[in-house]
Design a protein around this ligand. Structure first.
Ligand SMILES: Nc1nc2c(ncn2[C@@H]2O[C@H](COP(=O)(O)OP(=O)(O)O)[C@@H](O)[C@H]2O)c(=O)[nH]1
Ligand SMILES: [Mg+2]
Length: 457
């Protein structure tokens, strides 16, 4: 990325709105403001940062085009660390596109995805975890998700990781110093010091790892897939959980072919609920594709609810005997209980073990199912964490440190003490937390990360 360039993008979503916001960042921001408004050089020079100005934006013929509100942030006191201009104009897509095109005519380039945040990172305004918190903030769909993202953005996690980094550096220098001492002079207390320090840091790291799942789900949501044989009531249950008739329900098996998803909030936890095609031998290509999609989704889900038709239990137990859900937590649901006569249920008790009994049609058992989903996701007491690791990138980085620290503790606990190896592992532990903060992160990783942002952020 040519960081010296000035770039422009729309920061509000596309479509009609009351207002739309365009941002311009880079060394030419003020000059572009001058071209847009035809303000005299003197007035432009007197344009004060962080003040709100109402100005007429002119079209290419220098005729009045829109009445806009302008704010100029002078770098480095801006989001990106560069000169930054925010233009709030009337929210017609035509007006927004026209003004963006004017900015491009006056020398700006279109911004790439996440480019404003990427520049903030490159210019040292925020670290990589804070940049990820920006993305979490934008995609948050629950109050707790917003709160965890905001704490990340304000640096709570970064501060904690910076402390971990300092402590690792301290132990590393201690261990490197011991490398220079002759072997006979190294005593047990030297090694005990290393074990003691690393154990303390390791505990902190392990707490973050333990809370990863909660923090990730609170910010990005959990994927819960409804699967099972055709006609067992998946779509009916989907509608009952969502609270509206989103999915088509039909007595004909094989009705649902494509995936259908909806965001629901249970106990403050954001959940993407996915209705899938029933698993059976497909009757045609379209159904076959739907079944394949269902299988793919089930593998990556946080939780699979297997919906069985309670009147056809023998069939369902056989259908689910596969490796598809290896590693994915499962909730077994036995639906259509309203069709079972009172007293007959006991007959099935052996098969139903641990399963939930519902009637998607009457709504019976649906609230229990919601509760069970939260419990199985491990989120029944989800209000304690106020910040933490939230993305797979962060998780992989901290795992690197975790594994390295476990090795240090192991190596230091057994004679003969191999100080070179201990130092090597401490360096790995350091690299893990530095990856987290984005210190010395490869361009490729950065590009990958910011490409998942929306344009204008
Ligand atoms: N009696 C009864 N019928 C149900 C229940 N849930 C679904 N059904 C019926 O079963 C048929 C198949 O339902 P659907 O939701 O399309 O099943 P899917 O193929 O698993 O998505 C429809 O006729 C539904 O009305 C239930 O709890 N009780
Ligand atoms: Mg269906």
């Amino acid at each position: 990325m040519a960081n010296g360039d000035t770039v422009v993008a729309q920061s509000t979503p596309y479509g009609y709105g009351g207002i739309g916001v365009i941002r311009v960042t880079g060394p030419d921001a003020l000059r572009i403001l001058g071209r847009l408004t035809n303000l005299s050089k003197e007035r432009l020079r007197a344009f004060k940062p962080r003040l709100v100005y109402k100005e007429i934006v002119l079209d290419e013929n220098k005729d009045p085009f829109d009445d806009a509100v302008l704010i100029y942030f002078k770098g480095p006191e801006s989001y990106t660390g560069e000169d930054l201009l925010e233009i709030s104009c009337h929210g017609s897509p035509y007006i927004l596109k026209y003004i963006i095109d004017l900015c491009i005519n006056y020398g700006a380039c279109p911004a790439g995805p996440g480019e404003f945040t990427k520049r903030a990172f490159i210019n040292g305004k925020i670290d990589l975890m804070q940049a990820e918190s920006v993305a979490n903030m934008v995609s948050a769909s629950s109050h707790r998700g917003v709160s965890i993202a905001l704490n990340g953005l304000r640096g709570a996690l970064s501060k904690e990781i910076a402390v971990v980094r300092d402590k690792i550096i301290n132990v590393l220098s201690y261990s490197e110093h011991l490398l220079d001492v002759s072997e006979e002079d190294i005593v047990d207390t030297n090694i005990a010091h290393i074990i003691n320090k690393v154990t303390k840091i390791h505990k902190k790291v392990q707490k973050l790892i333990k809370n990863y799942n909660t923090c990730r789900i609170m910010t990005s949501g959990a994927v819960v897939v409804l699967c099972g044989p055709p006609n067992s009531g998946k779509s009916t249950l989907f509608n009952a959980l969502v609270g509206s008739d989103r999915a088509i329900v039909n007595k004909e098996p094989g009705t649902t072919r494509d995936l259908l998803d909806a965001l629901i909030i249970i106990d403050g936890v954001p959940i993407t609920l996915v209705d899938t095609a029933g698993l059976r031998d497909p009757e045609n290509d379209v159904e076959s594709e739907g079944i394949q999609k269902a299988r793919d989704y089930m593998k990556g889900a946080d939780l699979a609810c297997i919906i069985n038709d309670i009147t056809k239990i023998e069939v369902t137990t056989e259908m689910l005997d596969n490796n598809l859900l290896k590693g994915t937590p499962v909730v077994n649901v036995y639906n259509k209980i309203d069709l079972i006569k009172k007293g007959v249920l006991e007959k099935y008790s052996g098969v139903l073990k641990g399963g939930l009994i519902t009637s998607a049609l009457t709504g019976s058992g649906v609230e229990e199912l919601k509760k069970h989903i939260i419990i199985t996701l491990g989120l029944e007491n989800n209000t304690t964490e106020t910040f933490g690791i939230t993305t797979p990138r962060q998780y992989n980085a901290i795992m690197k440190s975790d594994v390295a620290m476990a090795s240090v503790i192991e190596l230091a606990g057994h004679a003969p003490i191999q100080l070179e190896l201990i130092s090597f592992e401490l360096q790995n532990a350091l690299r893990g937390v530095e990856d987290l903060l984005g210190i010395k992160t490869a361009d490729e990783i950065l590009d990958n990360m910011f490409n998942s942002f929306c344009v204008g952020k």
